[in-house]
Design a protein around this ligand. Structure first.
Ligand SMILES: N[C@@H](CCC(=O)N[C@@H](CS)C(=O)NCC(=O)O)C(=O)O
Length: 207
């Protein structure tokens, strides 16, 4: 049975799960859901995901929500030793970037994205953008420092850490804001975007 995944591709959390699915070349069916696509408020969907959010995964009856949990599950099942490092320290190193994306980078960048792109124009507050932009630059400085010393975020191999960060950086680098140049992040982003199946998950424009 192919994987089933619900979620619109414009969602950064769906992109995370889809980047993992594409990178691992897993047979799947993606069903658009969320925002204009609806579905998330139906009783059938809520029975799978009581949060009414995307993404939701169904792997032959095993239902999972939370994008990072989905990425960890698929990587542990299909990519032990590569995307999912076997060594506990290597795995912890990769895994912490997933938490960091959710707890630091996303809260920093979210307001800029909402008030530049996602909200309807009448609900946008231009004053919300600059503080968010600055906080995101602080996060990018942290990533830049790491990527100046190694090819991927947790060493010389691509891991779940890169999977979690790539959709966020994709969004950041395509937002209409002033950005400090980050050559190491750009090199890393270029390498991820150059992988054969990445473009199926990370779409443009970032709306
Ligand atoms: N922590 C959850 C957050 C999920 C989430 O907030 N998803 C957003 C899209 S990024 C959503 O479902 N928004 C409502 C919608 O699309 O209808 C995860 O990582 O999966």
């Amino acid at each position: 049975m192919p994987l089933k995944i619900w979620g619109r591709l414009t969602s950064i959390n769906v992109q995370k799960a889809m980047l993992c699915i594409e990178e691992l070349d897993l047979p799947h069916e993606r069903i658009d859901a969320g925002l204009a696509y609806g579905i998330v408020d139906t009783p059938e969907y809520r029975a799978r995901n009581p949060n009414g959010l995307v993404p939701t995964l169904d792997d032959d009856g095993f239902v999972l929500w939370e994008s990072n949990a989905i990425v960890r599950y698929l990587a542990a099942k299909h990519a032990s030793g590569s995307l999912w490092p076997d060594d506990p320290r290597g795995r912890a190193d990769a895994d912490r970037w997933m938490d960091w994306q959710t707890t630091a980078l996303q809260p920093a960048m979210g307001p800029a994205f909402m008030h530049l792109v996602r909200l309807p124009p009448e609900k946008r507050d231009p004053k919300a953008v600059e503080p968010s932009r600055q906080k995101t630059e602080d996060c990018m400085a942290i990533m830049e420092n790491v990527l100046g010393n190694q090819r991927f975020i947790a060493g010389d191999r691509m891991t779940v850490g890169d999977i979690a960060l790539a959709p966020a950086v994709h969004r950041w680098l395509n937002l209409p804001v002033t950005r400090q140049r980050r050559p190491y992040i750009e090199r890393w982003y270029g390498e991820i975007m150059g992988r054969p199946r990445t473009a199926r998950a990370l779409i443009l424009p970032v709306v």
